[in-house]
Design a protein around this ligand. Structure first.
Ligand SMILES: [Zn+2]
Ligand SMILES: [Zn+2]
Length: 551
């Protein structure tokens, strides 16, 4: 057992782990330079990486290249140069102009920090969108607003990690869904609301673990069911007669459903089509160990929010990559270690915002480059001679084998995804020397007259979109956009009394923590690894017992 140097928790480094570290270690001029085993436990490593990922805090500021007003993930008062996306991708500047020599008298991360702060940042990652400016880490979205880590969505709002969905609002991980509201971890659902872990359902409201169900209200663990209320079958006529009343009494029904949900058995982990996996929310994967919210992964450990990756450890938000270690926000890479937002790269280490490049070490904001160190161009021979010296230097400063320290992150920890899964208080973050971004009170709080929100959508006038509403939980000001109102009307859903951020926070809290406990099935005593802590009230079953008892 090794002890985490940050939280003192014991953690294991197995022979498989060591073999992986060797496999991804860089080779320079035919010689392999071993990456040492980690000194932080897996959750502390994930927290450190995610301290570099701000998905959803967006700001207005001016592009430092053209002066154009832009939307960006970097607050207006931060010291970096921020360029409009198009300008950043354009040829009007060259990252090599920020190049510098290695200073052997100082730690490497200090020098990297200076480059990180000097090299221009891309305002946000929002590629090939149509009319969807307010989205980050987004790709191919159309007529959408406030989508984060989402792609191929249309007419969709306030959602994250959603793919190829249409007309959705307030969803997290909605894949191929249409006309859905408040759904979490669902695939191929249509006209559904307040659902979690469901697949292939139509016209269902309040559901948990439903498969191919239609017209179900407040149901749990059903397959191919139709016209059910609280898991009881009723006739079509009865269902249609009762539905308006159930909807009118929605708050009571939801509270009852939440209570009922706790009493029913749960499967030890959510997922399907897997072989030899541990973690939660895993689909079509093989040998995924301690992975969360992943699909199509193979031979991966400590990996979350990724699709289609192979042979990786300690990765968040990556797609289509292999041989990746300690990386966040990546795409289509290989032999990729200690990087933040780097895509289409090979043999890149310790870099940030580098794209379509090869053989980089400690670089920031480069495109289509090779053999660069701290953004300075070298020949292949110079590069292969200099990198081993830096590795040796970083061993002396205890930096080699560690991801960047969050003390150099461009973001306050509370702006990042790190806060969602590995929260710290402001005091804890500051004590570690990590940044914290204080909210601008005047911008967030609204002190005008309170607006009455009608309890029925039928009684809601278009004028609601011009009003400033006050979140009943946080007191923050928020608005309803016209497209959102149209969706609520189509789905007969009343206007939310909470701001989008609070709604997001509550959805995130519906998932189990990213932590495994060794327990036994409460029916047959088979050993299981589950994200349900032993003191939780739910009955936790192994897959076999669950399938027998529930479906
Ligand atoms: Zn730790
Ligand atoms: Zn069992």
């Amino acid at each position: 057992m090794t002890t985490c140097t940050q939280c003192s928790a014991p953690f294991k480094i197995t022979n498989d782990d060591l073999a992986f570290y060797e496999k991804v270690s860089p080779v320079l001029a035919g010689k392999k330079y071993l990456i040492p085993p980690p000194t932080l436990c897996p959750p502390c490593r994930a927290q450190r990486r995610l301290a570099f990922r701000n998905e959803r805090c967006l700001y207005h500021r001016k592009s430092d290249l053209s002066g154009k007003q832009i939307i960006t993930m970097y607050a207006a008062n931060t010291p970096f140069k921020v360029y409009d996306q198009k300008e950043w991708w354009g040829d009007g500047w060259d990252g090599l102009t920020f190049g510098r020599e290695v200073d052997w008298s100082r730690p490497f991360f200090d020098q990297f920090k200076e480059l990180l702060f000097a090299a221009p940042k891309i305002s946000m990652i929002n590629k090939e969108h149509q009319n969807s400016e307010y989205s980050n880490f987004a790709l191919w979205n159309k007529n959408s607003y406030m989508l984060f880590t989402s792609g191929g969505c249309e007419d969709s709002f306030y959602s994250n990690r959603s793919t190829r969905s249409k007309n959705i609002c307030d969803c997290s991980s909605a894949i191929d869904c249409e006309l859905c509201y408040e759904i979490v971890d669902c695939n191929k659902c249509y006209a559904c609301a307040w659902m979690q872990n469901c697949e292939g359902c139509h016209d269902c409201v309040l559901g948990y673990d439903l498969r191919s169900c239609k017209n179900c209200f407040a149901c749990f663990g059903l397959q191919n069911a139709q016209y059910c209320i609280g898991n009881k079958k009723v006739s079509k006529e009865e269902y249609e007669r009762l539905l308006p009343g159930l909807r009118a009494n929605f708050a009571d029904m939801k509270a009852k459903f939440e209570k009922h949900k706790v009493e029913l058995p749960r499967k030890y982990m959510h997922g399907f089509g897997n072989e030899g996996c541990t973690g939660n929310a895993i689909q079509h994967s093989k040998n995924a160990r301690e992975c969360y919210e992943v699909s199509e992964v193979q031979d991966c450990t400590f990996v979350s929010n990724v699709t289609s990756i192979k042979d990786a450890y300690d990765v968040n938000n990556d797609d289509n990559s292999e041989l990746v270690y300690e990386a966040v926000g990546s795409e289509s890479n290989s032999m990729h270690c200690f990087n933040d937002i780097c895509w289409f790269d090979r043999d890149v280490l310790y870099s940030n915002l580098c794209f379509h490049s090869k053989n980089l070490f400690g670089c920031c904001s480069l495109k289509h480059k090779q053999y660069c160190i701290l953004n300075k161009q070298y020949s292949k021979e110079e590069y292969e001679a200099l990198v081993p010296k830096i590795i040796e230097h970083m061993k002396q400063t205890s930096e080699w084998g560690e991801f960047f320290t969050p003390t150099i992150s461009p973001f306050g920890f509370n702006e990042t995804v790190g806060m969602e899964n590995y929260a710290l208080t402001k005091e804890e973050a500051l004590k570690r020397g990590w940044k914290w971004t204080d909210e601008d009170e005047s911008r967030e709080k609204y002190l005008g007259p309170a607006v009455d929100i009608p309890s029925r959508i039928e009684d809601t006038d278009d004028v609601i979109c011009q009003k400033i509403l006050t979140c009943e939980v946080t007191g923050r000001a928020y608005k309803i956009i016209p497209q959102e109102l149209a969706l609520y009307r189509t789905m007969k859903i009343p206007i939310p009394h909470k701001c989008p951020e609070q709604r997001h926070k509550e959805r995130m809290a519906m998932r189990n923590p990213r932590k495994l406990w060794s327990r036994t099935c409460m029916k047959c005593n088979t050993a299981i690894q589950t994200t349900y802590a032993p003191d939780r009230p739910e009955k936790i079953y192994c897959e076999e017992c669950y399938l027998k008892e529930v479906y």
